[in-house]
Design a protein around this ligand. Structure first.
Ligand code: PLP
Length: 373
């Protein structure tokens, strides 16, 4: 008998479930379950990716200087305080590894992104869940939940899977009210989808206790390549760089991301097309009697009458080759998260939900008409 056991907390981790991408027996599926950009990356990013085939025998840059410079230029940030990672997931991992351990608390919110809890547990820390108010992050509830053991507070703005946002003034109030040993992490995975929004960069600049994370997986259409970044106070970025592996990103990742962030036209096209279709989809669902909150990211959270209706609609959509995301694991059992795809996908999913609702109403009318007793 061995005594080989993992560190405390590891076995409490429920493995992350990615969005489904296949339906048995259906060939032509539309995947609207992982908030991917339906248009994919910019042609310039594709070309940069292809060029790196010539340098695959070389080790990559360890300091990511060229990518950090490009991010700094495009976003108006100090490149010395940018850190790049294998998706923003890796930045979240670094933050937990560096700032939270056994006995420490990591706050995430009721419907918050699963990786916060997973990374906190992986670091041996204690995740603390704080309620939201009608699917919106509740700053006062977070402040009330802080203790002398709180080390990290994670919120996404806009949030996933709700798609809701809190105003900049609320984020500032949260940062201001945290105890001195706690760091606020503003996850800006969807920041680019909000016109004119800096993702919290201004708050990072104004304070010493705020970090922002960003990603190339969503607006930039590079989810498959795994590149993200963080921005924070010099002292925090220095700490994170100490736990970062020197070759965490390949030259292919670095050069593709650099070309992607510099292609402002592609980013703007994706942003405006998403905004147009997101409004169209939410309106179409509302017309069908399916409730939504104002969506700020690249998905719409569709709320049904109850969990049974959400499950039945999910099953019907699957039968039509449309894969959306069930979010019962995020304490939203009566909802489905639908990524804003291209125009034809949006029309298909709205049309299918219309047919589902119609059939349900007919069944209900038939049941109501039946003699009882
Ligand atoms: C998609 C997503 C990310 C991005 O993760 P990557 O590791 O950069 O692909 C981060 N946070 C939230 C809330 C997300 O939805």
């Amino acid at each position: 008998m061995t005594k080989i056991t993992p560190q405390p907390g590891i076995l409490d981790i429920a493995p992350y479930q990615g969005g489904q991408s296949h339906v048995a027996g259906v060939a032509d599926v539309v995947k609207l379950s992982s908030n991917e950009n339906p248009f994919g990356p910019s042609d310039k990013a594709r070309a940069a990716f292809a060029r790196t085939v010539h340098t695959l025998h070389r080790y990559p840059s360890t300091d990511h200087a060229a990518l950090r410079a490009a991010i700094g230029e495009v976003h108006g940030l100090d490149p010395a305080r940018v850190i790049c990672g294998v998706g923003s997931d890796e930045i979240i991992t670094f933050l937990c590894q560096a700032y939270a351990g056994p006995g420490d608390e990591v706050i995430h919110t009721q419907h918050g992104f699963a990786m916060y809890r997973i990374s906190a547990l992986a670091a041996g820390a204690t995740p603390v869940e704080v309620p939201e108010r009608d699917r919106v992050v509740d700053v006062d509830a977070i402040l009330a939940a802080t203790t002398p053991r709180t080390r990290l507070v994670f919120i996404a703005n806009p949030a996933n899977p709700t798609g809701t946002m809190i105003p900049a003034a609320d984020a500032a109030r949260l940062a201001e009210g945290l105890p001195p040993q706690a760091l606020l992490v503003l996850d800006g995975a969807y920041a680019e989808y909000v016109e004119g929004f800096d993702g919290g960069a201004g708050l990072v600049e104004a304070r010493q206790n705020v970090v922002m994370t960003r990603t190339f997986s969503k607006l930039y259409g590079l989810g498959g390549l795994r590149i993200g970044w963080g921005y924070g106070p010099a002292a925090v970025i220095d700490v994170l760089n100490r736990v970062r592996g020197p070759f965490n990103l390949s030259q292919t990742q670095l050069e593709t991301a650099e070309a992607a962030v510099r292609d402002l036209d592609h980013a703007e096209r994706c942003r405006s097309e998403n905004a147009r279709l997101r409004t169209w989809l939410a309106d179409a669902l509302n017309d069908l009697g399916v409730a939504t909150d104002t969506p700020w990211a690249n998905f719409v959270l569709a709320r049904f009458a109850d969990p049974a209706e959400a499950d039945a609609c999910d099953a019907f959509l699957k039968s039509q080759g449309l894969i959306v995301r069930k979010v019962a694991g995020y304490q939203l059992p009566d909802a489905l998260r639908i990524t804003v795809g291209d125009e034809s996908s949006c029309r298909r999913v709205a049309h299918a939900i219309g047919r589902f609702r119609e059939a349900a109403e007919q069944r209900k009318a038939a049941a109501d008409g039946e003699p009882t007793g």
